[in-house]
Design a protein around this ligand. Sequence first.
Ligand SMILES: O=C(O)CCC(=O)C(=O)O
Ligand SMILES: [Fe+2]
Length: 289
Amino acid sequence: MSTLQAITLDQVVDTEHYPLSDPGSTDARAVVARARQELAEAGCTVLPDFIRPSLHEVLRQECAAIAPQAYFDVETVNVYNTDVDADLPEDHPGRRTFERGNAFVARDRIPGASLISRLYAHESFQRFVADCFGLPRLHELADPLSGLVLNVVRPGMEHPWHFDTNEYTVSMLTQEAQEGGLFEYCPNIRTAADERFDDVRDVLDGRGTRRPERLPLRPGDLQLFKGRYSLHRVSPVRGGLARHSAIFAYSERPGVVGSVARTRQLFGRVLPEHLAAEGRAVRGDRLLD
Ligand SMILES: O=C(O)CCC(=O)C(=O)O
Ligand SMILES: [Fe+2]
């Protein structure tokens, strides 16, 4: 790693608490061990004040400046992001529909010099995140739009209940809503082998014994999450401010590019890379998206 990279990382990340550049140290190992334990038990872990508090306002402003470039298109969705008109049994949770009112700023609209871009591409950050998830390494998506995005939830909107396509989700709140906009989740409600449709439906209907958990999140905290197995949402945002969060998408294998249909849905456009990759997609499980 170059000196410049090391200095930049130390300036941005609270490396006294999160010694990213020194993975073999006792402190670093303790941080990783705690993250692994929380991910195993709850499918989620939060590293508070990961970004130095003196930079929280820079983080907020950089992201607020690009938020108007988000692609807004309220969509009717189900938790699996499958066709809502499909012929499903009456009690299937895929029949419950929601208005997805959040919007994403694509990676190609996020300046390379911004804090979130530098973090996303930084090899020490990638290695640290992989370590926390217990993986040998993680790769940036090869997708020019969806590898790094800013999720914008405007007042009156919500990011409704869903599962992620990615097994591993890394995110960071950059601007809080004044009211609402809470991250709620049901840890490990499904597994790679079992959809547990009854449990999912009960949560959507506000019934059953599983109460969603609420995660206390502050701007600059780093959140690691297993969103493929945990049903989650951002509750409706109220007040005068939009909620902004950076989503850092990585995958275990290199070369991952989103499908043409999904890319068009999320960003309103596709690039030559998406057309070229169509049909080459490989999936690790048979869960509904
Ligand atoms: O914005 C957040 O905190 C959550 C975003 C999310 O769940 C997603 O993009 O899949
Ligand atoms: Fe998600």
